[in-house]
Design a protein around this ligand. Structure first.
Ligand SMILES: [Zn+2]
Ligand SMILES: [Zn+2]
Length: 210
């Protein structure tokens, strides 16, 4: 499994392109759609997965979906309507008005599994940063020794997501991290929505919020 990390405008959120052989999926096309499309253009893109719907994680979604119309857009059902409200997804506050132009293909729920290249992507609902925050976990793949987790704005390297936005909850984010993420294998590599990668073992040891 190959993972390309692309920090995207406007505020440097991490977009990921995850591929196995010829298949790929994209996580959080937050902006700079041209860069994302160029990096993914040689793959069959199966999914566009959203960890949540803040503007910095969805700003390039319309262009990326248009470039890969066969890719299924997936978002937690609690945040579905945020894609259609520039107020709820905060794009309005940042001077551009983002509204998703298409229908959602997959409404995510905790415990769902999405088929991908002979393995599966596990859907973990981790509310706290936002009500529908979702992490994606892959136990193994043909070409990847360690499990991988895409943690959105829930868990960062030695930090956690903000909970002072509407719909945020400081109690829920800690519960989500402890009950859903810290129970994953220690060698799980964590790819967060901002900043650098980390691992479950490192966060158990060094995260001052946990
Ligand atoms: Zn966020
Ligand atoms: Zn963010």
């Amino acid at each position: 499994m190959e993972i390309i990390q692309i920090p995207v405008a406007p505020i440097g959120a991490n977009c990921y392109i995850v591929s196995e052989g010829k298949e790929a999926f994209i996580i959080d096309p937050g902006g700079d759609a041209g860069k994302i499309i160029r990096a993914a253009k040689n793959f069959g893109v199966r999914y566009i997965l959203l960890t949540h719907t803040h503007f910095d994680h969805i700003g390039g979604l319309n262009d990326v979906k248009n470039a890969f119309p066969e890719a299924k857009t997936a978002v937690h059902n609690l945040e579905k309507e945020w894609l259609y409200s520039a107020g709820l997804n905060f794009s309005e506050d940042f001077g551009f008005s983002f509204i998703y132009e298409k229908e959602i293909d997959i409404e995510l729920k905790d415990g769902m599994k999405l088929d991908f290249a002979g393995t599966e992507i596990n859907v973990l609902h981790t509310p706290g940063h936002t009500p529908g925050s979702t992490c994606f976990y892959i136990k193994k793949s043909e070409t990847c020794g360690s499990p991988v987790l895409f943690s959105g704005d829930t868990l960062f390297r030695h930090s956690i997501g903000r909970t002072d936005f509407p719909g945020g909850s400081g109690r829920k984010i800690i519960e989500s991290i402890k009950n859903k993420l810290l129970v994953l294998p220690d060698n799980t590599v964590v790819y967060p929505g901002h900043d650098e990668t980390t691992s479950i073992a490192l966060e158990k040891k060094l995260n001052p919020f946990l």
